[in-house]
Design a protein around this ligand. Structure first.
Ligand code: HSE
Length: 299
């Protein structure tokens, strides 16, 4: 049996919604699984030559997690990965790999788990739900962890918004970006984020880009992370000057995400801001992905 799984990029946090909000984006990794004598993975595109090619590959490890949970042994497979989501980018590459592996393991073991159970396993592996939930469900997703289980809901987005992500050539692992955060936050900053997170959701629901621009601000993570990423703060300013309605660090960074009605040079201005800080950058012009990870083809 041979099958292909597609998993989308995601942008988590969306400003104030730290570890809570995430948006699925129309940029997909496609992985074809074929039976093999031993576990192997071959990657083309993003991460080629950098990702593990044997049993330590994240897709293989995630598939093994399914087998461990059901107490069965996983038939070995080869994963042929066509990757479009850059690694360590703030665009959810690890979530896409985890979901791909879990879905593959689930198919190979004849579907012991529902999609909701697969999502719970993905949250366990990722440690926070805000990338894996939209990557699984598509669209804009609000998620929370309750007693180790995820509660996640998709919010319908009432607009055709342009999403521009600019990714600097700068390595910032999520672990490091999380280690930069304070252990305690002030009540004032917590209120800043709670109120704005609710309003960010309302802005997406109503297609209100003006509102999105007023409320997409954060006091819990961006101020600490922006100090680690040369050019990111000026890229955010440049996006606004070029006409973006709202802008945020994408996930834990180092990329920046901008929302706008048209594109009109927003990506180029952000790229120039990164370059002025001495960092090369790539522009991704994307839309929202309304669907999440799924089994695409089975032969
Ligand atoms: N919410 C997570 C963080 C997303 O900001 O650390 C990581 O991609």
């Amino acid at each position: 049996m041979k099958f292909t799984i597609k998993a989308p990029a995601t942008s988590a946090n969306l400003g104030p919604g730290f570890d809570t909000l995430g948006l699925a984006l129309d940029l997909w990794n496609e992985t074809t699984i074929t039976p093999a004598k031993e576990f192997s993975a071959q990657v083309s595109g993003e991460g080629a030559g950098r990702l593990a090619s044997g049993k330590n590959n994240l897709i293989v490890r995630a598939a093994q997690r399914v087998a461990e949970r059901v107490g069965k042994s996983l038939p070995p497979f080869h994963a042929e990965c066509v990757n479009r989501i850059p690694l360590s980018s703030g665009m959810g590459s690890s979530s896409a790999a985890i979901l791909t592996g879990l879905l593959a393991g689930n198919v190979l073991l004849e579907n012991p788990f529902s999609r909701e159970e697969v999502l719970n396993l993905a949250c366990e592996m990722e440690g926070h739900p805000d990338n894996v939930a939209p990557a699984m469900m598509g669209g804009l997703v609000v998620s929370a962890m309750e007693n180790g289980k995820v509660i996640a809901r998709q919010i319908s987005v009432g607009m055709n918004v342009h999403v521009t992500i600019v990714l600097p050539n700068f390595y910032l692992p999520t672990k490091q970006a999380r280690a930069a955060l304070p252990k305690k936050v002030s009540m004032r900053n917590a209120i800043h984020n709670i109120s704005r997170t609710a309003l960010v959701i309302e802005a997406f629901r109503n297609g209100d880009l003006d509102l999105l621009g007023k409320v997409m601000s954060d006091k819990l993570h961006q101020p600490y992370r922006l100090k680690l990423i040369s050019g990111a703060a000026s890229a955010m300013e440049a996006a606004k000057e070029a006409g973006a309605s709202a802008v945020a660090l994408s996930g834990a960074g180092p990329s920046v995400i901008a929302f706008s009605m048209g594109e009109a040079g927003i990506g180029e201005s952000m790229k120039r801001a990164y370059e002025a800080a001495g960092v090369e950058a790539r522009i991704f012009r994307l839309g929202v992905a309304s669907r999440g990870a799924e089994l695409e083809k089975r032969e």
